[in-house]
Design a binder for this molecule. Sequence first.
Ligand code: CP
Ligand code: NVA
Length: 320
Amino acid sequence: MAINLKGRSFLTLKDYSPFEIRYLLDLSRDYKQLKRAGVFPQRLKNKSIALIFEKPSTRTRCAFTVACYDEGAHSEYLGKNDIQMGKKESIPDTARVLGRMFDGIQFRGFDQKVVEGLAKWSGVPVWNGLTDEDHPTQALADLLTIEENLGAVKGKKLVYVGDGRNNVSNALLTACMKMGMHYTIAAPESLFPDRSLGDWASKVARETGAILEIEKDPFKAVKNADAIYTDVWVSMGEEDKPGIRERVESLRPYQVNGKLMAATGKNHTLFLHCLPAHHTDGVHDMEVTEDVFESSNSKVFDEAENRLHTIKAVMVATLT
Ligand code: CP
Ligand code: NVA
């Protein structure tokens, strides 16, 4: 099947078919090999890319910047205090200005509606580099990491332990449903995903054979897991929200530690984390213990590297 993604935005994996996701994963693998071989096809030569960041970033910012450099494009970092958007200028006006000058726009920020507005008004591809709701480029890198380590993703069981309604879990849920995987969330009930996402998942799962499970008991959830994933308990922008202390307390039983890894009953279970992570020695308990984070099952730096290859694939596929 011929796949042509030219001109498309990448706001959420919900907008992409399993074939299109497959195509992006294959292209990412190709770009990874080419970079290893020192080959840079320069498919983005003479293109200019805007990188809007309302929140901080290490991986996403660096992945977009290096991918642009590798493929011959110019990237321009636009931090939240550098541009007029949201203060003196509306989203549609900023989008129309950037669309006249740039070939593509990356947005990281709070509201999914902003990234949708940029896509609607700019006339160029817009890529979601994380919102409160979604983190699709992360999930693509995670699929690649699972596939590299365990083979085909279809039917694999990924268990996400922790804040089950955050952007990363939402993106993984979407990715797993599209690719026919078994996605289990282990979280306290107060942090279960939004019901509308569950409804969407049931529809997609009927077509792809995926399974979605939501479970309160982390030990029951991880049984037979091929990969265990966690993320921070407090996401960017939530630090001062009411009830955060109580949330962290409710998540303590969901720490990924040696006992939880052993409860999978499998030796090869991968440990994954989007990073940045709080990995602790047990004194200040957070989402993952030092021993799990540093174990040979941990593929967190493969994931981080794969952000580069997958983001490069997304840019090339949607721009050329
Ligand atoms: N995983 C991820 O998005 O990392 P950054 O916040 O550093 O971009
Ligand atoms: N859930 C985290 C992901 C960071 C990459 C956050 O939004 O801060």
